[in-house]
Design a protein around this ligand. Structure first.
Ligand SMILES: [Zn+2]
Length: 479
């Protein structure tokens, strides 16, 4: 039989095994795993000698063209997904944020229209945000019963996961609303993806920074010299406010039986609380981390341009980073996503004199896979199979993407030929986001994707993007 494409002489790496093999592809799917050097008949052959052949990576947390007070995030679906592809990611899961008064399914339809230029396959999480204003005495907006009822429509339309926020004015859910939404998640058998920080404490600390800066920054040495200091972002989102919220979120999940993924964990004490729950047998709550928490520290926030590195939850000290690698290798953390949320230098400069006006987010969709290879595998913190488990296999399982994340006959032919011998400086000029800065400037990683195949089609060849905008498909996910 003649195959469409043969990847020959490579080392196949999956979450379970590392072995030499040829991978044969036909009709967009993996057709066969053959002995290395098979010389099987194929219309096209890519030699992968000295390279790893891994499943296309899955990034289940990124924000393309997201509406914020500082304008849209700068990557749209085309630039964002092209950067993803060049970094070895063949599936992304972004978000739908409905406007107040707009139904969840109408918001989904509008978002799908916006996603048309995507170059890789994609899914969508549905955000559950407050949609009704408080009465004269209330201080927090609430989630309506209509919203809760609409969750089933969103679920039936392919949104298998719901995003909820425990912080951020405008997005924050009260404990009561979190409970109500989680009950519906449990009923549907869906997954809750939760931004976990104590929003009330954080909001209070942010206001205090304006009236009693000396108290808010009392632990910082040398003292901060004004409200423009980036480190204030971390000082007003202390580890205690994250740990407490993790325990509260997990309690709500246990009360309702909702399956929960705690997003972007980078705080050691908060993640250890998750580890303690897992140790006592809780097997339906999981943790995600992101490369920024494994590679960077809060020293970035102390720079003159520290506002660029403001993301939430904030970067933490070196001790947290060291502990997070242990929590990754002992499987307290299940998966690694990017939380790619690109704001340019002009948008970040909105808060040059007041950290509270800086839009929160750092980029990372293109660099995630290689950063985890470089700082994880090459530094001996995790092995090759862990790398594939964290970036490909577990995200596929967690986010209901059964055709993705593994190399086996019948699976979608989403495959990356990763060359561990390629060096890549991570400066903005070398990357393909629409962003005008890089969070990893000055770092050169060893190992980079050479070829990327999506549903059997070569979309990155020798490090160059050769795919077509609009070829990505929406994946209706169902657990
Ligand atoms: Zn995010």
């Amino acid at each position: 039989m003649a195959y469409d494409l043969l990847i020959s002489n490579g080392t196949v790496v999956t979450a379970d095994a590392v072995y030499p093999a040829d991978v044969a592809i036909a009709a967009g799917a993996i057709a066969a795993i053959l002995p290395s050097g098979s010389r099987a008949d194929a219309a096209q052959i890519r030699d992968a000698a000295d390279c790893y052949v891994i499943p296309g990576a899955i990034d289940a947390h990124l924000h393309q063209s997201m509406r914020t007070a500082a304008g849209l995030t700068v990557d749209d679906w085309q630039t964002g997904s092209t950067a993803a592809a060049l970094g070895g990611t063949t599936t992304v899961v972004d978000f739908v944020d409905a406007l107040p008064g707009q139904s969840l399914t109408d918001a989904l339809a509008a978002r799908l229209e916006q996603a048309r230029p995507a170059v890789v396959d994609y899914g969508l999480h549905m955000s559950i945000q407050p949609d009704i204003d408080p009465g004269p005495t209330g201080y927090m907006r609430r989630v309506s019963e209509t919203r809760i009822r609409q969750m089933r429509d969103a679920f039936d339309s392919g949104c298998a996961s719901f995003k909820m926020y425990m912080a951020y004015a405008g997005n924050q859910l009260s404990d009561a609303d979190l409970f109500r939404a989680l009950r519906e998640v449990a009923d549907l058998g869906a997954l809750a993806c939760v931004h976990v920080e104590n929003g009330d404490v954080i909001e209070t600390l942010r206001q205090l920074a304006g009236t009693d800066l000396a108290w808010v920054s009392r632990k910082e040495n040398p003292p901060v010299n004004g409200l423009g200091a980036g480190i204030l972002h971390a000082l007003t989102r202390p580890p205690e406010s994250e740990r407490e919220a993790v325990i509260r979120a997990m309690t709500a999940a246990e009360l309702t039986g909702a399956r929960m993924l705690i997003f972007h964990m980078g705080c050691a004490s908060a993640t250890e609380a998750l580890g303690a729950a897992r140790a006592r047998g809780v097997d339906f709550i999981w943790g995600e981390t992101c490369p920024q928490y494994l590679v960077l520290t809060d020293d970035c926030l102390r720079r003159e341009d520290g506002r660029l590195w403001m993301c939430s939850p904030p970067l933490r000290p070196q001790a947290d980073q060291d502990a997070m690698w242990k929590l990754v290798s002992n499987r307290t953390i299940d998966l690694i996503s990017s939380d790619h949320c690109p704001f340019n230098q002009t948008q970040k400069a909105l808060g040059i004199n007041d950290f509270r006006k800086v839009p929160n987010g750092v980029p990372g969709v293109e660099t995630r896979l290689s950063l985890i290879h470089h700082f994880g595998v090459r530094r001996g913190r995790i092995d090759l199979q862990d790398w594939v488990r964290l970036c490909c296999a577990r995200p596929a399982e967690m986010h209901a993407l059964p055709m993705k994340g593994h190399i086996a006959p019948g699976a979608d032919a989403d495959v990356v030929i990763f060359d561990p011998g390629l060096s890549k400086p991570l400066s903005a000029g070398e990357l393909h986001s629409a962003l005008d800065w890089s969070a990893y400037d000055g770092i050169t990683v060893d190992g980079w994707p050479r070829d990327v195949i999506s549903r059997g089609e070569l979309i990155v060849r020798d490090g160059r993007f050769v795919g077509q905008p609009g070829r990505g498909r929406f994946i209706r996910r169902s657990p």
